[in-house]
Design a protein around this ligand. Structure first.
Ligand code: NDP
Length: 589
């Protein structure tokens, strides 16, 4: 068990603080360019042609906004609750959500497929790989849509612009950007958190005349190859990859292998742990019995959220790190003090940094690739090829931290400080705008009872019951972490949310209730619960290097999710569904 002297602790703290401070930007997260207007090209759908169609003006039982796993899971549960006419709407050209858009070379899900891919038992599917490639995940999404008959009324390349509640008819009027105006008894919003590609707000970005695209709209016509690599179109070309987050970690090995020269522009290094992908272990699935997936999902969620499980069924780097953080110094004791947690974190991060030294042959490059912050400050990543790529003679790491990122772009390349890098192609692995889809985007207007806008309802702060529903906005449900639960395997959270919505709708249908709607008192009580259970993530996030986890270094001083964590929250929902509380949101008039 490693120990730290007081000097080592002081020096690590000072280093973390210094590295954080040199990355704090006075303009926070503001300095980025949305992929709209003259930059709309970066968000265009390269995979499915948009076809003209007649507007729909019909009536459906339920509308689900978003065709990713949240929408698919809710669609499945609404189907099981007995609803007939379900309409899924998405801006994409097909089902899959993030897995529809992201098809870059190397794409995989870094959470084990047996716990990430939902409803495996229902469709009788066994993932081929421990960490599934993106294409397999997208195909699974399509299989779910078929299995639950969700293509029936689906509208793709369509954005919902307005929802308006009609109290007499007890239904929503749904309006879209394709001229559709139809009615729907229930509406579910599941439009995701990281959906709009984001470009850095680099001066001169519009001046660049070479080829350029965002990783979530990969241009295989230019690069050649496919999601498994083989980017023959990059042979002999000078390519820039901007960004070193979870996406870049998967992309860079392929571009490095195939480009004439690759420049990787880094502002903050990621933590890069061992991947060890391999075909799904048959012994895992030999022992399957009804409920096997549920058991694995619950086990993973328990272990990674610091709970106690007799056995670690997944046993990978996510769970190993969580267990290290929980047991380091404290043996089997569940509760660690803040200081003990910090020491456990130092141990984890020392291991991550030691791996950089082991893999990267040039010590100066290795130094630049070391992350100096606490483990969960940024999305952890896993790769057995990323760090290795920097040993290639045709790959250059350009660290931009001292300049706050890329200084500017010109017609022919990228400038950092006084150094210009001439490149034929710039690939932006710069992530997504956070939480701007759905209601919060401001592009979807929601009017509840009496024509009240939902922002009016939230004028003094966000108020919901369990994050799902609001008083005055009957039969409308939102998915997401706010006032609900959050976890690294977010599909698990969506799975529970879909079960809950399906249960509420099923009960309303059975009892002949026209409305599902919480009282103001129920909302008040839930807001108080969220406030009272707020964890101390603000203190943790304040010390973190800037990123989207901490609002670019300026964390919001409020809690969004249920403090005791997802396991406790799911238990709370299960109890709520059976202790008579559910009936209190059902109304027959
Ligand atoms: P991120 O937002 O995580 O990363 C964006 C990158 O761009 C960062 O390295 C950022 O640097 C960099 N950047 C932004 N602006 C500039 C600039 N001006 N100059 C230089 N660099 C800049 O996006 P990703 O697409 O990598 O990942 C988004 C999320 O998608 C992940 O957090 C994860 O949730 C999910 N994901 C999940 C995967 C999975 O396997 N499950 C795989 C891939 C993604 P800095 O850090 O300094 O801001």
């Amino acid at each position: 068990m490693p120990t730290f002297t007081p000097d080592e602790i002081a020096s690590l703290r000072a280093k973390y603080r210094a590295e954080r401070d040199r990355r704090i930007r006075p303009d926070g997260g503001g300095r980025y360019q949305p992929a709209t207007g003259e930059f709309g090209y970066y968000a265009k759908d390269p995979y499915t042609e948009r076809v003209d169609r007649r507007p729909v003006t019909d009536r459906v039982d339920a509308t689900v906004v978003g065709g990713g796993f949240g929408g698919l899971l809710t669609g499945a549960r609404l189907r099981q609750a007995g609803l007939q006419d379900l309409r899924v709407i998405d801006e994409a050209g097909d089902f899959g959500g993030t897995w529809y858009w992201n098809r870059y070379p190397g794409i995989h899900c870094d959470i084990e497929a047996t716990v990430y891919l939902p409803l495996l038992e229902e469709v009788g599917y066994v993932p081929k790989w421990r960490y599934a490639p993106g294409d397999e995940i997208r195909r699974h999404a399509v299989a779910l849509a078929k299995r639950f008959d969700l293509y029936q009324h689906a509208l793709f390349h369509t954005r919902v612009t307005e929802l308006r509640w009609d109290d007499d008819a007890a239904e929503w009027t749904v309006t879209t950007d394709r001229g559709d105006v139809f009615t729907s008894r229930y509406v579910v919003l599941s439009s995701g958190l990281l959906t709009q590609p984001k470009l850095p707000g680099i001066p001169g970005i519009a001046d660049y005349r070479g080829h350029t695209f965002h990783t979530s709209r990969w241009d295989y016509a230019y690069t050649g190859g496919d999601q498994t690599g083989g980017l023959t179109g990059l042979a002999g070309r000078r390519v820039a990859v901007v960004g070193t987050g979870a996406t870049a970690v998967q992309v860079v090995p392929h571009v490095g292998r195939d480009a004439g020269h690759l420049y990787v522009f880094q502002r903050t290094p990621s933590t890069v742990d061992v991947r060890d992908n391999r075909p799904t272990d048959p012994s895992v699935l030999d022992s399957v019995r009804p409920g096997w997936q549920r058991e694995r999902m619950d086990n993973f969620l328990t272990v990674v959220t610091g709970g106690h499980a007799d056995e670690d069924l997944i046993d990978d780097r996510w769970t190993a790190t969580a267990k290290l953080q929980r047991t380091f110094l404290a043996g089997t004791r569940a509760e660690l003090t803040a200081e003990e947690l910090e020491l456990a974190d130092f141990a984890t991060m020392n291991g991550i940094r030691a791996r950089v030294d082991e893999v990267v042959t040039d010590p100066a490059v290795a130094e630049l690739l070391k992350p100096w912050y606490r483990y969960m400050c940024k999305r952890p990543t896993f790769s057995d090829h990323y760090l290795q790529t920097f040993n290639r003679p045709n790959v250059t790491l350009v660290d931009t931290a001292d300049h706050g990122g890329i200084t500017r772009m010109t017609a022919t390349g990228v400038v950092v400080g006084d150094t210009a890098y001439e490149v034929d192609c710039v690939i932006f692995a710069t992530g997504f705008e956070v939480g701007i889809s759905g209601i919060l985007s401001g592009n979807l207007q929601v009017y509840g009872r009496g024509g009240k806008h939902i922002f009016e309802h939230w004028a003094n702060g966000f108020r919901t019951l369990h994050g799902f529903s609001c008083h005055g906005f009957p039969n409308l449900f939102q998915l997401g972490p706010v006032h609900n639960a959050n976890a690294v395997n977010f599909v698990h959270i969506l799975h529970e949310q879909a079960i809950h919505i399906g249960a509420m709708v099923g009960e309303a249908e059975n009892r002949g209730a026209r409305r599902i709607e919480p009282s103001l008192e129920a909302e008040d009580a839930w807001v108080a619960t969220i406030d009272a259970t707020a964890g101390d993530s603000f203190a943790f996030q304040s010390e973190c290097t800037p990123g989207y986890y901490n609002n670019e270094g300026d964390p919001l001083p409020m809690s969004f999710s249920f403090g005791p964590g997802p396991i406790a929250f799911h238990e709370l929902l299960r109890t709520w569904r059976t202790d008579g509380s559910l009936e209190q949101v059902l109304w027959k008039d």
